[in-house]
Design a binder for this molecule. Structure first.
Ligand code: BTN
Length: 335
């Protein structure tokens, strides 16, 4: 965002990137950044520790050789066209219990809307319905954001649908994979799940205090990581397309899409978002079954309401509304 002050380390990295493939002298860097040569050398040391490969040679200066294949705040923020999301507190952890838990403590301590927590792996990643979220060390994105919308708690569920739309749009920008949304908030490629969203909320009777949006994406996770039951139900972008994508770029695009859709939602209402959600889901008119704790309900999908409630009509014309559950397409797999 224009006008925002960059740290010396950020400015140094920016200059090295602008100069990719060419050497830039310590003297030039020190006068451009307004710091001593010793300070330049200290920041180069820090960047190296963070995984940047920077060569140094007497009489030539510095050369950026490679950026880390890790989640890194500077890489996410590089060119980020957002005003709020990703511009506030931004934590990147190697390993953590759950990014949702960390974001909740930050929100309780007063962190602002737009704060982000990312981890390379989670030891206690949570999915919806109390399930575990597989969060291995390599290739995934485990991210939580803090929202402070001035809305009533009844209006909060649409945040999850808006997140699913933003995530599907971001994935569509960077991959050729056929991305679909499966009700209520799974991001699918074919029959397998690529990403999931869990939303936690704190509110009083009539006003939301904060919402934590948690997103888990299997990006460059090798297919072999999915073992046992996961082999049948989970996949990653790399497993589907054979292409590794830049995770920091994906987070950047996700934050941009998210911020735009969030703004549309709060200023214009849920209509446009729900329409896009329906296009990604392709579910209207389909015969499906909803499984709720082992009980199966079949019917034709007649609507998905703004709150995310799924409306099914059975053969007798009787309508039922579902807030959660697992769905199966009745026209596939002989269901
Ligand atoms: C689902 O079951 O589909 C939702 C999965 C959400 C997982 C993400 S990973 C980042 C954040 N931290 C968590 O503990 N859960 C969410």
């Amino acid at each position: 965002m224009g006008g925002e002050r960059m740290s010396t380390k950020e400015s140094l990295l920016k200059r090295l990137k602008e100069n990719t493939g060419a050497w830039i002298s310590g003297g030039e860097l020190s006068s451009e950044l307004g710091v001593t040569r010793a300070a330049v050398s200290k920041h180069v040391g820090t960047l190296r520790k963070e995984g940047y490969r920077i060569e140094a040679a007497a009489g030539r200066g510095y050369l950026l050789v490679a950026v880390p294949d890790r989640m890194h705040v500077l890489e996410v923020r590089d060119g980020l066209r957002a005003r709020v999301f990703g511009k506030q507190a931004f934590e990147v952890h190697g390993a953590i219990g759950s990014t949702n838990d960390r974001a909740r403590s930050m929100a309780e301590a007063g962190a602002q809307e737009g704060a982000v927590v990312i981890a390379e792996s989670q030891s206690a990643g949570r999915g919806r319905l109390g399930r575990q979220w597989f969060s291995p060390e390599e290739g995934g994105i485990f991210l939580s954001m803090i929202l402070r919308p001035a809305i009533s708690p009844a209006k909060a569920p649409v945040m999850t649908l808006m997140t699913a739309v933003s995530l599907a749009e971001a994935l569509n920008r960077l991959t050729d994979a056929d991305i679909r949304i499966k009700w209520p908030n799974d991001i699918m490629c074919g029959d397998r799940k690529l990403a999931g969203i869990s939303t936690e909320i704190r509110s009083d009777m009539d006003m939301v205090a904060y919402v934590i949006v948690g997103i888990g994406i299997n990006v460059n996770t090798p297919a072999g990581e999915f073992t046992g039951e996961l082999r049948r139900i989970a996949t990653s972008v790399m497993a589907e397309t054979g292409v590794r994508i830049n995770r920091c770029a994906l987070v950047r695009i996700l934050l941009e899409r998210f911020e735009r859709n969030y703004h549309v939602l709060l200023s214009e209402g849920a209509g446009t978002i729900i329409d896009t959600w329906k296009r990604f889901a392709g579910i209207l008119g389909k015969r499906i079954a909803v499984d709720i704790l082992g009980t199966r309900h079949e019917g034709r999908v007649v609507d998905v309401e703004d709150s995310g409630v799924l409306v099914l009509e059975d053969e007798a014309g009787c309508r039922r509304r579902f807030h959660s559950g697992d769905i199966m397409d009745c026209n596939r797999n002989g269901d």
